[in-house]
Design a protein around this ligand. Structure first.
Ligand code: 57M
Length: 357
């Protein structure tokens, strides 16, 4: 919005030129989201407490979680709100990708909200039916991907480390991209089981995609790095910047011992946003590396369930994998910080692939 109103004033004073730059708007989108989180965060947490929106902790989980019962949840609403406000303020709203990303983020957040609401307010055990949730997530992702497809979006997929390999999926790009978005949304949801465990790697992954969006959207840099140039994708750096700021702001309250949990409203929306960023920046395969923590968490569940069904034996003491380490006796902050460290290393490796062929 500021871009819309303030950049044209450049004819009166050159200072307004800064509103044209993606880098400038990205930084201020992050700062705005962070500042807004600090301003509205405590208010929303107090409201959630007053409304009794407290976590219902499962009785079959690690015992150290029982004391977390009643912690306000659905704090992801803070993230969603500040990301949208910051993007409205700093984004170029004439860019269609900004709207695609906003649609997925808000759509997934709405599904998460309904799930949280049925769990916490309606006291329905397990929340929304898993199949209803899954189909709704597919519907949201499908709307976004079909729109991209019909607006002539490139259906070629590249592989990290193998820049010369280009696979054109044609119409199969639609199910592929839907899988990336829905998969990311659910993987972040599974990771969100310890204080700050999901939001830490989310800060790192969105910062990485903030950089990638800028690079692939810049014709000269993209050609220099031999990465696919995606016209207009640079603007998504502003969105990703808002995600970084909002996630940092949320971590302020969610860090151990957490004052608030994000709930599905937060995890499904942030995961969906990350998957959509990977799709639009044409860095889909790289998400496996950038979001490696989320991938490992999801795989641990798949292997645990698969192994139990096939052999009757469990692979981990409990899945997702963070519960395994808890049951092995690692203190919660140790698991969280070690997962963050791995996430930082993975992001650095992912960025290094830009220079490796
Ligand atoms: C959500 N939700 C947390 C909080 C958060 C298929 C199966 C693996 C699914 C999985 C599952 O349901 N995962 C999705 C995980 C829950 O957190 C809430 O949910 C929101 C995210 N959706 O924002 O509102 C609990 O996590 C803890 N928490 C924190 N700090 C945070 O910042 O400590 C969350 C955020 C909270 C709190 O205790 O209550 C969750 O874990 O439920 N199911 C599981 O993860 C279950 N695993 C399981 O059944 N494993 C089986 C196999 C065969 C799959 C096994 O290994 O045998 C475990 N979940 C729990 N206890 N709570 C089992 C034990």
């Amino acid at each position: 919005m500021l871009y819309y109103f303030l950049y044209p004033l450049v004819k009166y004073h050159t200072v307004f030129n800064v509103f044209q730059y993606i880098t400038f708007r990205t930084i201020y989108a992050a700062v705005t989201a962070l500042a807004l989180s600090f301003i509205i965060g405590p208010y929303i947490i107090e409201r959630l407490k007053a409304l009794n929106v407290g976590e219902v902790v499962r009785t079959d989980g690690p015992p150290n979680h029982f004391s977390k019962a009643g912690t306000p949840t659905m704090g992801g609403a803070i993230i969603l709100l500040v990301v949208v406000l910051s993007v409205l303020l700093w984004g170029n709203l004439a860019n269609p990708y900004v709207w695609v990303l906003t649609l997925v983020t808000v759509g997934m957040g709405f599904i998460g909200f309904l799930d949280d609401y049925s769990k916490v307010v309606k006291k329905k055990k397990g929340g929304m039916r898993a199949s209803t949730k899954f189909v709704s997530q597919i519907a949201v992702a499908l709307i976004a991907v079909v729109f991209l497809y019909h607006s002539g979006f490139d259906t070629v997929v590249t592989i990290p480390f193998l820049k010369e390999v280009k696979i054109n999926l044609h119409g199969f790009y639609i199910p592929f991209a839907v899988l990336v978005i829905v998969g990311a949304s659910n993987a972040v949801n599974l990771t969100d089981g310890l204080d700050g465990l999901a939001i830490g790697p989310m800060i790192i992954s969105s910062a990485t995609y903030m950089l990638l969006a800028y690079l692939v959207g810049h014709v000269k840099i993209a050609s220099y790095l031999h990465v696919m140039f995606v016209p207009m994708a640079g603007e998504l750096a502003v969105f990703a910047g808002a995600m970084v700021g909002a996630s940092l702001g949320f971590l302020w309250f969610n860090t151990y011992p957490a004052q608030v949990f994000m709930g599905d409203v937060g995890s499904l929306s942030l995961g969906g946003a990350l998957g959509t960023l990977a799709v639009i920046t044409k860095q889909e395969a790289l998400l496996l590396l950038v979001g490696g923590i989320f991938v490992v968490e999801a795989l641990s569940v798949i292997f645990q369930v698969g192994s139990f069904k096939l052999t009757g034996k469990r692979m981990f003491a409990m899945a997702p994998i963070h519960h395994h380490y808890e049951l092995k006796g690692w203190p919660e902050p140790k698991i969280i910080v070690r997962f963050w460290i791995i996430s930082i290393i993975l992001a650095l490796i992912a960025i290094s692939t830009l220079k490796i062929r």
